[in-house]
Design a protein around this ligand. Structure first.
Ligand code: C2E
Ligand code: MG
Ligand code: MG
Length: 548
C-alpha cells in the first residue's frame, strides 16, 4: 500500500452524502433509504409524528405536513393498532423492526409491511417507520372483529376516531327472530354457511364499516352513515326466504343508533356504546330498551345525569359485593394475590353483568366513587384475613382525578397495615389523557408501599407509551394475546415480545384469562411468572377470611 492511498481512505457512505441542511436530515435519509415505501414517518418516543412523507394524499386525503403532530397509530386500522404497538415496543428494545404485516386505516384497509429503525440517543429516542408493499400474506391474528369482544374494542376505537375527526358514526343492530328454528332444519355445515352469508350480506352494505356476529341471531355493523338498516333487514330476510319454508321464514328487525353525539364527552359516548353492545348481545332489542336506548343514543346519554344519583347512593349503600380471583405463581400454581372484582347485588337492574354495571357507573361519571368504594371493601376483607394480598382495579379516569387521589391517599395513610397487601391494577388506560397526573397518582401509591400493575397491556393502542411513562411493579398482558397464542403464531410472537419488553423495564409479568393447560404451558415457556384465569380458579370467596 503506498503512502497516498493510506493517507486518503475510501470515503464511506457518510462522507459521500451531501452536507444536510439540518444535522438530523442525514439520519432520516439514511434510515429511509433502506426501503422503497409508500409512507415514511418519523415519530417521537410518545408515538407522535414529527416528519411525514409519501402517499398521504391518496391514502388519507391529507398532505404529509398535516399528519405531523398526530398519533402514528391513527395511520393503522383499529384492528391492528395493538400489533403496531407491540412492533414499536420491539423497536424500542432492539433498535430495529423487520417488516410485519398490518392493515392501514385507509378506505380499503390496505395491507402493508411495517418496518422501523430507532435513531437518536437515550435522551431523545425517535423512530423512522416505513409502510411499504407486502411480500407475504398477512398472518392470522386473534385480534379480529369477528367475535363480540374484538368487535366491541374496534367499534370503540372507530367511535373515538369519528368523534376526533367530527365524522358521523352509526351502529346498525340486527336481530333475526326464528333463526334457531331454521338452523335446526339445516345441517351443521349449511347452518354455518348461512351465518356466513348473513354476515357478508351485512358487511356488503358498508364495505368501509366493521361488522360482527354477536351470537344468538344478532349482528352489529358500525358504519359512517352509508348503510340503511331497513334495507339490510330486507336483504337478510330475502336471503332467509330462499332457505326456509314460507310458513317459518324468520323476521329480521333492525335498530339504528346514531353515535358521535355532539355535546357529550368522548368517554361518555364510548361507554354508552359499550353498554348498548353489551345489552343488545345479551337480550336484543328488549335489552336495549330496558337499558334506556329505546329513544336513541343521545336520549340515553341525556338521561344519564338522572341515573347518577341513584347509582351514587347504590355505591354508598354498598349495593355490590366483591368476588376474588387468584393470581398464581406459574411455577407452583399457588396464589400470589387475589384480584377483587365487583359484583352488582342480584335483584338490582335488569340482568346486569359486572361489565355493564361498571360501564354504566363510568358513563355516569362515577368511576372514582366506584374505585373508592371497592378499595374500602377490599381493604376490610384483607384485614379480616391473616396474610392474603388483594389487587383492586382503578380506572384510568380515577387516577387522573386529584380529589380521588386525595381521598385514596388519606384512606391508605390511615391503614399502614395494608402496605404490601393491597395492590392496584390500572385499567381503562385508554382514558388517560393527562399523563403527568396519572404518573403522579401511580408514583404516590408506590411510594406509600402499594404495588401497581398495568392491566390489559396490549389492549389499547397506547400501551407502549404507558409502559415508558409509568414505573409499575407488574404488567398484566391482555387476554386476547393469551387466547390467541394457542392458535395464532403472530399472537404468540406478540405475547413473547410484550413479555420481553415488560421484563426489560423491570416489571413482573402476569398472563390473564388462562383457561387451558396449553395456554399455561405457553406462558411458562415464554418465561411469564404469574397467571390468572379459570384454569387456576374462578372469582369466588377470599380464602382465609376469619369467621368464614
Ligand atoms: P379485568 O380487570 O381485566 O378483569 C378480569 C375479567 O376477566 C373479570 O371479568 C374476570 O371474571 C374475567 N376472567 C378471569 N379469568 C377468566 C377466564 O379464564 N375466562 C373468562 N372468560 N373470563 C375470565 P369481570 O369480573 O366481568 O370484570 C370485567 C371488567 O370489569 C374487569 O376486567 C375490569 O376492567 C372491570 N372491573 C371489574 N371490577 C372492577 C372494579 O372493582 N373497579 C373497576 N374500576 N373496574 C372493575
Ligand atoms: Mg383487572
Ligand atoms: Mg385485565
Amino acid at each position: 500500500m503506498n503512502a497516498s492511498t493510506a493517507a486518503k481512505p475510501v470515503p464511506g457512505p457518510r462522507e459521500m452524502m451531501p452536507a444536510p441542511a439540518r444535522p438530523d436530515t442525514r439520519e432520516r435519509l439514511l434510515a429511509f433509504a433502506f426501503a422503497s415505501s409508500d409512507l415514511l414517518v418519523e415519530v417521537d418516543e410518545n408515538g407522535l409524528i414529527t416528519f411525514a412523507a409519501g402517499a398521504f394524499p391518496s391514502r388519507y386525503g391529507l398532505a404529509p405536513a398535516e399528519a405531523v403532530g398526530t398519533a402514528v397509530e391513527r395511520l393503522v386500522a383499529p384492528e391492528d393498532r395493538a400489533a403496531m404497538q407491540a412492533g414499536l415496543a420491539h423497536l424500542a428494545l432492539k433498535g430495529r423492526l423487520r417488516p410485519v404485516a398490518l392493515r392501514l386505516a385507509d378506505r380499503q384497509q390496505s395491507v402493508c409491511a411495517f418496518a422501523g429503525l430507532a435513531i437518536g440517543n437515550a435522551d431523545c429516542q425517535r423512530f423512522c417507520l416505513t409502510f411499504g408493499p407486502l411480500a407475504a400474506p398477512l398472518p392470522e391474528t386473534g385480534v379480529r372483529a369477528s367475535d363480540a369482544e374484538g368487535f366491541g374494542r374496534i367499534a370503540e376505537a372507530r367511535l373515538r376516531d369519528a368523534v376526533a375527526a367530527g365524522r358521523p358514526a352509526q351502529l346498525a343492530l340486527l336481530e333475526v327472530e326464528g333463526l334457531a328454528e331454521v338452523s335446526v332444519m339445516l345441517g351443521r355445515e349449511s347452518r354455518e354457511a348461512l351465518l356466513d352469508r348473513i354476515s357478508s350480506t351485512i358487511a356488503d352494505a358498508a364495505p368501509a364499516g366493521t361488522q360482527s356476529e354477536l351470537g344468538g341471531g344478532r349482528w352489529a355493523l358500525l358504519h359512517g352513515g352509508e348503510a340503511n338498516v331497513e334495507t339490510i333487514c330486507r336483504a337478510v330476510e330475502a336471503l332467509l326466504r330462499e332457505r326456509a319454508p314460507a310458513s317459518s321464514a324468520p323476521r329480521v328487525t333492525g335498530t339504528e343508533l346514531r353515535l358521535a353525539a355532539p355535546g357529550f364527552s368522548t368517554l361518555q359516548q364510548v361507554r354508552a356504546l359499550r353498554l348498548a353492545l353489551d345489552r343488545f348481545a345479551a337480550a336484543g332489542r328488549a335489552g336495549l330498551a330496558a337499558a334506556g336506548f329505546a329513544k336513541g343514543f343521545s336520549s340515553f346519554l341525556g338521561t344519564l345525569a338522572g341515573q347518577a344519583e341513584s347509582l351514587r347512593s347504590r355505591l354508598q349503600r354498598r349495593g355490590f359485593r366483591l368476588a376474588f380471583q387468584p393470581v398464581v405463581t406459574l411455577s407452583d400454581r399457588r396464589p400470589h394475590h387475589f384480584e377483587a372484582l365487583v359484583r352488582p347485588q342480584s335483584g338490582t337492574g335488569a340482568a346486569e353483568t359486572p361489565q355493564s354495571f361498571v360501564t354504566l357507573v363510568e358513563a355516569a361519571g362515577l368511576s372514582a366513587e366506584l374505585d373508592l368504594a371497592v378499595t374500602k371493601l377490599a381493604s376490610d376483607s384483607i384485614l379480616a384475613t391473616r396474610s392474603t394480598a388483594v389487587a383492586v382495579n382503578v380506572s384510568g379516569v380515577s387516577i387522573q382525578d386529584p380529589s380521588f387521589r386525595t381521598s385514596l391517599e388519606q384512606a391508605l395513610d390511615a391503614a399502614p397495615e395494608l402496605r404490601g397487601r393491597l395492590l392496584f391494577e390500572l385499567t381503562e388506560t385508554a382514558e388517560i389523557d393527562d399523563l403527568s397526573a396519572a404518573r403522579a397518582g401511580i408514583d404516590s401509591l408506590r411510594e406509600r408501599g402499594f404495588p401497581v400493575c398495568l392491566d390489559d397491556f396490549g389492549a389499547g393502542a397506547a400501551s407502549l407509551r404507558y409502559l415508558k411513562q409509568f414505573a409499575v411493579d407488574y404488567v398484566k398482558i391482555d387476554r386476547i394475546y393469551v387466547r390467541g397464542a394457542e392458535t395464532h403464531p403472530r399472537d404468540r410472537e406478540l405475547l413473547a415480545q410484550m413479555a420481553d419488553l415488560c421484563r426489560a423495564v423491570g416489571a413482573r409479568v402476569i398472563a390473564e384469562q388462562i383457561e387451558t393447560e396449553a395456554q399455561a404451558a405457553i406462558a411458562v415457556e415464554l418465561g411469564i411468572e404469574f397467571g390468572q384465569g379459570n384454569l387456576f380458579g374462578k372469582p369466588g370467596h377470599l380464602p382465609g377470611l376469619v369467621g368464614r
